[in-house]
Write a protein that binds this ligand. Structure first.
Ligand SMILES: Cc1ncc(COP(=O)(O)O)c(C=O)c1O
Length: 424
């Protein structure tokens, strides 16, 4: 085997999990779209924080509280820089799901007249408004908007897709003067399609709508700059970018956050509290009620440092090469249908596929028996699966630790599936 096939920009030896042998074979991990693996430096940073520095953030005058607060705010700065934002535009959440719900609930609060100032009116929805999504959304960027629509009487509409999962531009006219929010994914977690953020955001802004970007599947795999993209809100999750679970980010433009009502209330988000009413702090504190996931935030900071050490452009190029190689091999295989673009055009490496005659769970178990981990099911995107003509699928997805050799092992295992289940 050539050395090229063993190369990955993130060294496997940095990740303790790659010492695992699964069912007799070294682990080939192709499920980073669901959750990524963590390098030792991330685990160590979290351990060190808890072992040596742990103290309440923003709440004490003792040394440990000071050290923890400094470290906590440094990560906010580092994460802001990583995604092209100002530090006070970065709000900690438990993940993308919470971040998207946060926007939806804040809008629901505004719709009930819970204003911060007169500009809060722009977050208020009623029966004369629409919320626009796409058919490709992860349930996390669909169900909260269904709920917001149900609470406010607003109508939910969606941009449709072509047979490969690209946006059908003929359906962009669902964004119109009534649209108050346009929420869409940057990159599909099923088809890998990269949406044209500029185009959709321009249309949405031209009618005065707020643009919400689900950047869960882009931030870990390519260089992303929210200011350059000119989106109003964006979300992503730490655990998909080599960080721990339990930490995610809600990005919001500074001037919008200034008038957005809070969605969680309690300690650490207030200015003054009387017995019957309170006033609220400025962002980001207004949106960070209660004790934050400090250990995980430290871990996320280390993950960003690790990714920056390699360079997002290097990671992007490498994962694109893995995707191109896998597509080429899969296109040549009998009975394998790629659910999404079969060529490397405006797409990343979430690679869902159907194996003719074999249930995705059987595919997943067969691959697992060879040490290859892929995701199976509907990947929290039922409407997209139905659109692509299936109820479920298998999905390979890449991270910076994957190699061409991993793709070879995956393809070799996949090649045995149909004969094993006697459908050839
Ligand atoms: C595109 C997309 N959006 C949202 C989410 C939800 O992320 P989390 O489960 O980290 O909240 C995911 C997770 O799979 C995703 O892929």
């Amino acid at each position: 085997m050539s050395m090229e096939h063993l190369y990955s920009p993130a060294r496997k030896s940095d990740f303790p999990i790659f010492s695992r042998v699964i069912n007799g074979s070294p682990l080939v991990y192709l499920d980073s779209g669901a959750t990524s693996q963590r390098p030792r430096s991330v685990l160590q940073a979290m351990y060190d924080h808890d072992a040596i520095h742990n103290g309440a953030v923003n709440r004490g005058s003792h040394t440990l509280a000071g050290e923890s607060t400094l470290a906590f705010e440094k990560v906010r700065n580092d994460v802001a820089q990583f995604v092209g934002a100002f530090p006070d535009e970065i709000i900690w959440t438990s993940g993308s799901t919470m971040a998207l719900n946060a926007i939806a609930y804040s809008c629901a609060n505004a719709s009930q007249g819970r204003y911060i100032n007169e500009d809060s009116e722009r977050f208020s929805l009623s029966a004369s408004d629409t919320i626009v999504v796409t058919r490709a959304e992860h349930h996390a960027n669909l169900v909260p908007w269904q709920e917001l629509a149900a609470r406010t009487g607003a109508i939910l509409r969606w941009i449709d897709l072509d047979s490969e999962g690209y946006i059908d531009e003929n359906t962009l006219d669902v964004i119109d003067e009534r649209t108050k929010i346009c929420a869409f994914t940057h990159v599909s977690n099923v088809s890998g399609v990269i949406n044209d953020v500029d185009k959709i955001a321009n249309i949405a802004h031209s009618v005065g709508a707020l643009v919400v970007l689900d950047a869960c599947q882009s931030v870990p795999h390519m260089s992303v700059d929210f200011h350059a993209l000119d989106v109003d809100f964006a979300v992503f999750s730490g655990h998909k970018m080599l960080g721990p679970t339990g930490i995610g980010v809600l990005y919001g433009k500074r001037d919008l956050l200034a008038s957005l009502p809070p969605f969680l209330t309690g300690g650490s988000m207030i200015e003054t509290v009387e017995m019957e009413s309170s006033t609220y702090d400025i962002p980001p504190a207004r949106f960070e009620a209660g004790t934050q996931a400090v250990t995980q935030i430290i871990g996320l900071g280390e993950a960003v440092r690790y990714l920056n050490g390699i360079g997002m452009d290097v990671i992007h190029r490498h994962e694109q090469e893995l995707t191109r190689y896998a597509l080429e091999k899969m296109n040549d295989m009998e009975g394998i249908r790629i659910l999404g673009p079969s060529r490397l055009h405006n797409r990343l490496g979430a690679l869902a596929f159907d194996v003719d005659g074999v249930h995705p769970h059987d595919v997943g178990q067969f691959l697992d028996a060879k040490g290859v981990a892929v995701r199976t099911g509907h990947h929290c995107a039922q409407p997209l699966h139905r659109h692509l003509g299936v109820y479920a699928s298998s999905r390979a997805s890449f991270g910076p630790y994957n190699t061409l050799d991993d793709v070879d092992r995956f393809i070799e295992a996949l090649a045995g599936v149909r004969s094993y289940f006697s459908v050839e």
